[in-house]
Design a binder for this molecule. Structure first.
Ligand code: AHM
Ligand code: MG
Length: 336
């Protein structure tokens, strides 16, 4: 495992051999994500300068139209990954269907597909609140050298080979796993380098923070309502603290460091919850499990859910082990 002050580039090279399917391809892929993250970070940091750089729809000095940042991030990640010819397919929360890379090239031996939420929580940008990029990587299941198919993307989360996020916060961090623990790297913006700042991140088994949009309380299943009341009771280490940024990556990041639980349950307005299984829940669930936390839809482990469509939504309960177990206990007892 790496030492503090090591750069992300050094860490990737040093850990390449510990990855069971080592061929350098996954390392190149993570390197590309690192590069795209830096480009997007630069743009996100300028978001407050609307009066200076122009609003969405305005033309910049080169005559190009200013894009919404989520579209910009989507384009940058897709360009960076496809130009380097290291993946065979990409699916994005911003695209209706998946993208096939180099399907014409018989020599395309790439075996990884990437699923990405390029800028999650983007409604927070206008008010200078942290946003994030979430990514998830699988080995394709169809033969290499052929165009990717939907089934390459509709794999259970337990099949992920890597996942991670970038949080564009008070500092910018890239946090990822290749199935051997979770490590966090902080960007030094002066020189554009990520350094290992949070080696071997783990969720405390118990926590005292719960994160949920309580404005939807009336809609929640009874088990969740009872759990929220349990969090608020005065007993043992309760009442817990309520912290909800409304930006999944930031809420997850804080809960992992301090101990806590994030919940986006179903409700009558969101009958399957709001968050997307493939772009949001599975990568976060993989990270959570790799960091000694856990994730569930209230009954079933997130990583065991069989996806049926690209943009599928699922209820999402994720965080410190004992807290998630308590929610499952309440769901079993009180149900919907
Ligand atoms: P988005 O993919 O449209 O950005 O939505 C995902 C975001 C999460 O980051 C966040 O946790 C959640 O939506 C907040 O939703 P709500 O405003 O309903 O609480
Ligand atoms: Mg999103």
């Amino acid at each position: 495992m790496g030492s503090k002050n090591q750069t992300l580039g050094e860490f990737i090279i040093e850990n390449q051999d510990s990855f069971k399917y080592t061929s350098g391809e996954l390392s190149r892929l993570i390197n590309s994500i690192r590069l795209a993250a830096k480009v997007v970070n630069h743009e996100v940091n300028k978001a407050g300068l609307v009066d200076i750089v122009g609003a969405v729809g305005d033309k910049n000095i080169q005559g190009e139209e200013q894009q919404k940042l989520d579209i910009y991030a989507n384009d940058k990640f897709i360009q960076t990954l496809s130009n380097r010819n290291i993946v065979c397919g990409i699916a994005s929360e911003e695209e209706d269907s998946f993208i096939t890379i180099n399907s014409q090239d018989e020599n395309n031996q790439n075996k990884y597909v990437v699923l990405i939420d390029p800028l999650d929580g983007s409604s927070n940008i206008d008010v200078n609140v942290s946003v994030g990029t979430i990514f998830s990587i699988y080995r394709r299941v169809t033969p290499v050298g052929t165009p990717v198919k939907l089934e390459d993307f509709l794999q259970k989360g337990s099949e992920q080979v890597a996942a991670g996020y970038v949080v564009y916060g008070t500092s910018t961090m890239l946090v990822y796993t290749t199935g051997d623990g979770v490590n966090g790297f902080t960007l030094n913006p002066a020189i554009g380098t990520f350094y290992l700042s949070h080696p071997n991140m783990v969720f405390p088994e118990d926590g005292t923070i719960y994160s949920v949009n309580e404005g939807n309380y009336i809609d929640f299943p009874l088990g969740i309502k009872k759990y929220i009341k349990y969090c608020q009771e005065e007993e043992d280490d309760r009442p817990y603290t309520s912290r909800y940024i409304g930006s999944l990556v930031s809420d997850f990041h804080r809960n992992m460091i301090k101990g806590g639980i994030y919940m986006y349950p179903k409700g009558s307005r969101n009958p399957n919850g709001k968050l997307r299984l493939l772009y949001e829940c599975n990568p976060m669930a993989f990270l959570a499990e790799q960091a000694n936390g856990t994730s569930s839809d209230g009954y079933t482990r997130t990583l065991d859910v069989t996806p049926t469509e690209l943009h599928q939504r699922v209820p999402f309960i994720c965080g410190s082990k004992n807290m998630v177990a308590k929610v499952e206990e309440f769901m079993l007892k009180f149900g919907e």
